[in-house]
Design a protein around this ligand. Structure first.
Ligand code: SRM
Ligand code: SF4
Length: 568
């Protein structure tokens, strides 16, 4: 970190807010106490993110509230930090209670393996944070310009080294946590320690130029979409089942802005290989170089992916190696076969079983016919293994003894859930971001709309004999890319209410971006575009050929292997 004085006025205004916040305190305590409004001041909303919470308002109510001359229906989203998505049954029960007591009665599994609550009001924000902390989970650094929740391949059956690899994801997460005591002071009534100013050896007083994300993938599954992360570790497990180390990837990200070609999704480059003992140092130095080299003037150009394109991977690697004091080895061979989850019951090496349940768009709630939230809560009363959230927004009931399987099946069926439901492959390969009504940035519906669109695409697939063929479909309400839509073989990105850009051609293993095929189209045109393509795919595809590969081979769309070609 450089000690040179910084002209904050020359930087993005968020830099001053972070600097002035006194290590993420701001005036949040005062804002929580202000009963005149359900909101907090603008600068504090930016500081609050680093504590895992966003101020939002219910967009469904905006017009009516304005008509009544009321302030917007302010509420807060809270995101947990849960490395690798692991949650113990007692924690599940407590988190379920919190959803009913303080939030909107649902738990939302995110695309980064954690939970979000929506609809918490300011008056109850602190109590909610305290209730979360009482479960021994927290929300520190779940959002903001810091390293966020570390993802890890979620399928424990895959490799005997899984536990060890997951343990590394947890250690990376801990290693990169901010040091400030602000979180404890604000939410947990922690004492202010006089005379000992906070220090942030990694982040400094202004934290990172932008958010930072890490994932650990365990081949052959790329269920974390490792190439969409700023920093990735691909576990290399030897034939003897022992963890040899990790290939290191840098410079992935999805976010872009419509009509601004200087912003683009980018897949990470493989930078080399490190041993397990080197992982923490590599992670630290990659973050540190991005802290020092990242753009603090233009937030739209501040993610590591732009730093990498500006400086080149070789220069970035040299700097990381110089600071770490060792060189990375040549990357080692590995293979990914898909970026999806495997559903149903699977037996692990040790005779324990794991049930991956499809959760449509990650929303765990109850309806009259299906009480998923209730069922999982009941299972958490007797389950002796753990729950694992996947980066595809699903839930794994993991480490189940063989004789406990039947009670889990029974409990699910009692609540209208078929444990190994025979859903179409396209529905199971689809995911959508939250979007309306909580996301301030949504331009179109996503979570609330995708299921009905899938009903229609599903019918086209069935007519063409493709009911059991997976095509990865991703939808988001805007181009920020929260459901990684640019990795969809079919991607929909919201442009305006009811209108989407249609993208085609991403790689089935998450190894290639898609490309714009049609712009700003509504449902009728979406279906009219997809119907002949799907029919042609059914007729003409080669054995095992994924849809994304087919549309490129057939000349419908160009392959995008480099983010810089995304708009070309
Ligand atoms: Fe995201 C902002 C939801 C994963 C890229 N994201 C937001 C906000 C907080 C909107 C805001 O800034 O006001 C959304 C809150 C909606 C709500 O009401 O809950 C939001 N993002 C989500 C979640 C909940 C989507 C979901 O349906 O699961 C995911 C939470 C992940 C987590 O647990 O940490 C989520 N967001 C992602 C991903 C996917 C990933 O990381 O694998 C991406 C693309 C990867 C990347 O970071 O490039 C993503 N979110 C963004 C961006 C664009 C960042 C950029 O580089 O331009 C924004 C906007 C921003 O940062 O300015 C954003
Ligand atoms: Fe909101 Fe856009 Fe992210 Fe969807 S992709 S949650 S609309 S920011």
């Amino acid at each position: 970190m450089s000690d040179e004085p910084v002209d904050l006025d020359a930087l993005d205004p968020t830099e001053r807010i972070k600097y002035d916040s006194n290590y993420l305190r701001g005036t949040i305590i005062e804002g929580l106490a202000d009963e005149a409004t359900g909101s907090i001041v603008e600068a504090d909303t930016k500081v609050l993110k680093h504590h895992g919470s966003y101020q939002q308002d219910d967009r469904d109510l905006r017009t009516e509230r304005a008509r009544q001359k009321l302030e917007p229906a302010y509420q807060f989203m809270i995101r947990l930090r849960m490395p690798g998505g692991v949650c113990q049954p007692a924690q599940w029960r407590a988190l379920d209670d919190i959803a009913d007591r303080y939030a909107n009665g649902t738990l939302r599994v995110t695309t980064r393996q954690t939970f979000q609550y929506h609809g918490v009001i300011k008056r109850e924000l602190k109590a909610t944070m305290q209730a979360i902390n009482a479960t021994l989970l927290d929300t520190i650094a779940a959002c903001g310009d810091v390293n966020r929740n570390v993802n890890c391949g979620a399928n424990p059956h895959l490799s005997s080294a899984h536990h060890e690899i997951w343990e590394w994801s947890r250690r990376i997460s801990d290693h990169l946590l901010p040091n400030t005591r602000a979180y404890h002071e604000i939410w947990l009534d922690g004492e202010k320690v006089a005379g000992t100013p906070d220090q942030e050896p990694l982040y400094g007083e202004r934290y990172l130029p932008r958010k930072f994300k890490i994932a650990v993938a365990i081949p052959p599954m790329n269920d974390v979409d490792v190439y969409a992360n700023d920093l990735g570790f691909i576990a290399i497990v030897g034939d003897d089942g022992a963890l040899q180390g990790f290939n290191v990837t840098v410079g992935g990200g999805m976010g872009s802005t419509h009509g601004e070609p200087a912003t683009y999704p980018r897949l990470a480059d493989i930078m080399g290989f490190c041993t397990p003992e080197q992982v923490l140092e590599v992670a630290w130095q990659v973050v540190a170089v991005q802290r020092d080299w990242g753009d603090r003037v233009d937030r739209k150009h501040a993610r590591l992916k732009y730093t990498i394109d500006d400086h080149g991977v070789a220069a970035f690697r040299d700097e990381v190696e110089r600071r770490a004091g060792f060189r990375l080895e040549e990357a080692r061979p590995f293979l990914f076969d898909s970026n999806a989850d495997r559903y149903g019951w699977i037996e692990g090496d040790d005779g324990h079983w794991h049930l991956t349940l499809f959760v449509e768009n990650g929303r765990i709630g109850d309806t009259e016919s299906r009480q998923l939230k209730r069922a999982l809560r009941d299972i958490a009363e007797f389950h002796t293994g753990e729950f694992r959230l996947t980066a595809n927004q699903n839930v794994i009931i993991a480490n189940v003894a063989p004789d406990a399987r039947e009670s889990i099946n029974t409990r699910l069926r009692e609540h209208g859930i078929e444990p190994e439901a025979d859903l179409s492959a396209i529905r199971r390969s689809a995911m959508a971001c939250v979007a309306m009504p909580t996301c301030a940035l949504a331009m179109a519906e996503s979570e609330r709309y995708l299921p009905s669109l899938i009903d229609k695409i599903e019918a086209i697939m069935a007519t063409n004999g493709l009911r059991d063929d997976a095509i990865v479909v991703r939808m988001t309400g805007c181009p920020n890319g929260c459901a990684r839509p640019f990795l969809g073989e079919i991607g929909f990105v919201g442009k305006a209410p009811g209108k989407y850009n249609l993208y085609l051609g991403a790689g089935f293993q998450g190894q290639r971006l898609n490309k714009l095929y049609r712009e700003n189209i509504g449902e009728a045109q979406i279906l009219a575009e997809l119907e002949p393509l799907i029919a042609e795919y059914a007729r003409e595809r080669e054995s095992g050929e994924p849809f994304g590969d087919y549309v490129i081979r057939a000349g419908h769309i160009q392959a995008v292997t480099n983010g810089l070609d995304f708009h070309a």
